[in-house]
Every structure is written in structure tokens, then in C-alpha cells.
Design a protein around this ligand. Sequence first.
Ligand SMILES: Nc1ncnc2c1ncn2[C@@H]1O[C@H](COP(=O)(O)OP(=O)(O)OP(=O)(O)O)[C@@H](O)[C@H]1O
Ligand SMILES: [Mg+2]
Length: 276
Amino acid sequence: MTQIQMIQNPSFSLISTKKIIQMNDVWTSYDSKNFALKGINISIDRGTNYAIIGQSGSGKSTLLKLMNGMMNPSKGTIKIDYVSPNMNNKKFKNMMHTIGYIPQSLGLVKNISVLENTLLGALPRLSKMQSLFKKFPEHEIKEAKRILNLVGLSGKEDRKAYMLSGGEKRRVAIARALMQKPTILLADEIVSELDHVTAHEIMDLVADAQKRMNLTAIMVHHDMQLALEYANRVAVIKEGQKILEIGVEGDTIVDFQTGDMTSDDIMEMYAGDTKK
Ligand SMILES: Nc1ncnc2c1ncn2[C@@H]1O[C@H](COP(=O)(O)OP(=O)(O)OP(=O)(O)O)[C@@H](O)[C@H]1O
Ligand SMILES: [Mg+2]
């Protein structure tokens, strides 16, 4: 049965279905011999902060690429807001701008400024002519500056991306994604290898954006502690399979699919070896 929820908005009420991401027995392969993902089932409610963790090579980035339509499943079905994420699917192409994707490499343009990188998020809203000449309207420039202020980068708008620190680069990537006015944020290890304080600042930024924009965030992490601190649900991927999914409700860890593992086993498994 489809669950329905009302999203409250000061100006109008929108009826919206609850499930925003559904993956059903999804398999995928890069070389049609070895499967990078095997039988993945995932169901994500709108507004959730969903974390994916797992060791290097387990398939986390591949999972995000499938949600973003950059890869197709060999088997199984994926629905993003009830649409198949496939570049040949016109319906998906029309909604792609609502998915803010931050790749593991961040994908910033090195030689252009912080402001220009952020404005790239507004490109889908520009007319063909404006887009050709990268001529951004004044209100978009104002919005980009507002978002840069939000992510703690005001005063650095004109700095070239290559001159930024690792933490600052991640803030720009978040700003560019928020500039898209997304409904889904896919973020691939954007806080890995950052110091504890900066990692928390960046996670707080995403949490704040989620509250403001009713955003669904799917974030890949290496650190189970951090995932548990921020996520409503945490899925653990091992060798292409989802081996468990846990939820956090208040201070309690709730099991959704843990097999025989206890929460102590889970913490032990990911206590020491989660960082690259
Ligand atoms: N472009 C590619 N061509 C072939 N195989 C690939 C490609 N990208 C990833 N793979 C393989 O798919 C598997 C999953 O890779 P993926 O990048 O999803 O892992 P990951 O969990 O994101 O790892 P990491 O934590 O190191 O980023 C790995 O075995 C990897 O070698
Ligand atoms: Mg990866």
C-alpha cells in the first residue's frame, strides 16, 4: 500500500508520496562478469538522512551512481520519486536537476572562482542563450552569495577553487548542490579525512539544509560513529551486498536487518578500520 503524507508549506499544501528512493533486488556490473552490487534492496522515506557505510571497494560509490542515473542496473528496479533513473528516460532527465550529487572527487572546476562554481548549480534554470554565455541573472548571483554565506564562505567568493583548503572545497561542493534547489542530496564521502571539528561543521550544514529544504540526504561515510550521530538510518555494504540496516531513534539503535549481529558486533566491526 502506498503511504501518503502531507508536506506543510506556508503557501500551499502538497500531497506527496512517502517513499522517495526504492531499489529492488538491484545487481550491477562494470564489466558484465563481476557484480559490484548484488541483490540490493533499499527503501528511503522523504526527508531521511540515510548513511551508507562500508569498506573500500564495497560498492558505496556505485550505489550513488545508480541513484543518479550515471549507471544502470544489470538486474532489478530502481525508482527515484517513482521514476527510473536512466539518462535515456526523458522524465528522469527533466527531474535530474533536483538531485544534488557530490562525487567523491567533488567535481569542482579548479580555475574558476568559488562564486562561479556555486552558480553552476543554477545552470539548469538558465535559458539556452544565458547558459551558452554563462550569463547568470542578478537574482541567481544574490542567491549564490546567500548560500555561500550559509556554508561559511562569505568573503571567499572570488577565490579560485584550487586555492581552497580541503574543508572549504567541500563547502563549495555543498553550496553548488544547494544552488540546484535539490530534493535529494547524494554526497560521496564529503567529510572523510577531515578533522573532527570540520567534519561535524559540514555535517551540521547538511542537517541544517535538510531542515530548511525538506531534503532527503544519502551520504556515504567511512565512519560508523559519525553516521550514527547524524543519520536516521545506516546501511552497511560489504562486498556489494547490504549486510545490515540499522536506524537511530533518539539514543536507541533499532534493528531493521541485522542478521545475527548485535549492536556491539556492529560497533566493533567498524570501530578501528573504517578510515582509509
Ligand atoms: N569504473 C570502474 N570500472 C571497473 N570497476 C569499477 C569501476 N568503479 C568501481 N569499480 C569496482 O567496483 C567495486 C565497487 O567500487 P566502488 O567505487 O563503488 O567502491 P566504494 O565502496 O565506493 O570504495 P571507496 O570507499 O574506496 O570509495 C570495486 O571492486 C571497484 O574496483
Ligand atoms: Mg567510493
